[in-house]
Every structure is written in structure tokens, then in C-alpha cells.
Design a protein. Structure first.
Length: 181
């Protein structure tokens, strides 16, 4: 059975984007990016909302990047993508399909039949998966910055008891926290 994994790059105060929608402060350096790449190698399917997909689809055409970035582009291109959107008609990347609504039972079925892990990305879509009790693992990469407001990485209306499975500190001050549900 595949795991559903939610990973997020956040500020110390728990935001994935600041009040202006910026997240450039979370850009990983080479060490953190290589670590993220290793986390993503187990993922066979990405679940995205429209906005997150529009950010991530840039990896479809990125080439001639630093080796760590090219590695991520290759990982991303090799995976299937499911985009939940009421407005997109088609995806702009290979291996992509559009679904109109997030269906928790369909994701449960996908977890049962998948041979590789599944990643849910973006706090709005992840909130739906978390609320439905679907997320098995949380990977949080905390940047040493306080942004004071914006888009939170977790929904406010959920309570979970999690088990810390791993932590790691990077040279740039980023901390990785891995929790299991």
C-alpha cells in the first residue's frame, strides 16, 4: 500500500507563502534541494490543486540547470500528476490528468493499488486530504524566517497526534521534521 505524503517548505511561523503570496524566502539551497530530491524519489503520483500545479509545471521544460535541479526535473517528469481544478481543461505537462473534485474514496483506492507513494501538494488540497484522514506522513522543511502572515501550511480546524520519525538540520539553518500519522 502506498503512503500519501504531504511535504511543505514553511517559515518558522508556519506559512508557505507570505501575505503577498511570495515564497522566494523558502528557495532551497543545493544541500536542501538534494535532500528534497531524495524524498521525492519514492513518489509515483503528485496530487495538485490548480495554483500549485501552475507553479510546478515549470519543471516540465527546465533543462540545463544545476545538477540538483535537473535531477528534480527528471523526478517530476517521471511521475503522474493529478490536478484538481474546476477551471483547467487540460494539463500543460505529460502524464497529467484533470479531475474536477477531490474524492477521498478515490484517493484511498489509489493508495491501495499504487506501487509508489503519492504526494499531495499545496495547503488547500492537503487540508482536504488531512481532514479526510488520508495523509500518512508529513515532511516539513522549516526555513529560519518569520514572515508574519500569509498562507498557512496546515488547516486551522484539525487536530492530529503525530509521531516524530526523523529530524535533520542543514547548514543554511533549515530544519527537516518528518512525522507519521
Amino acid at each position: 500500500m502506498a503512503k500519501l505524503i504531504y511535504s511543505a517548505l514553511t517559515s518558522l511561523d508556519g506559512y508557505v507563502a507570505d501575505e503577498d503570496g511570495n515564497f522566494d524566502w523558502a528557495k532551497p539551497d543545493e544541500e536542501v534541494h538534494a535532500f528534497v530530491n531524495d524524498l521525492e524519489r519514492t513518489v509515483g503520483t503528485y496530487l495538485y490543486g490548480r495554483r500549485m500545479y501552475e507553479v510546478m509545471v515549470a519543471w516540465e521544460t527546465m533543462d540545463d540547470q544545476a545538477s540538483v535541479m535537473q535531477d528534480f526535473a527528471d523526478i517530476w517528469r517521471a511521475a503522474d500528476k493529478i490536478v484538481y481544478s474546476k477551471t483547467l481543461e487540460t494539463g500543460s505537462s505529460a502524464r497529467t490528468r484533470i479531475e474536477r473534485d477531490f474524492d477521498p474514496q478515490a484517493v484511498r483506492d489509489m493508495k491501495t493499488s499504487a506501487v509508489s507513494d503519492i504526494s499531495v501538494s499545496g495547503p488547500d488540497l492537503a487540508a482536504q486530504a488531512i481532514t479526510a484522514g488520508l495523509v500518512d506522513e508529513f515532511h516539513l522543511l522549516v526555513s529560519p524566517i518569520v514572515v508574519g502572515g500569509g498562507k498557512r501550511w496546515l488547516p486551522d480546524d484539525v487536530r492530529l497526534k503525530l509521531e516524530l520519525r526523523e529530524e535533520r538540520r542543514f547548514g543554511n539553518g533549515v530544519v527537516h521534521l518528518h512525522y507519521g500519522a
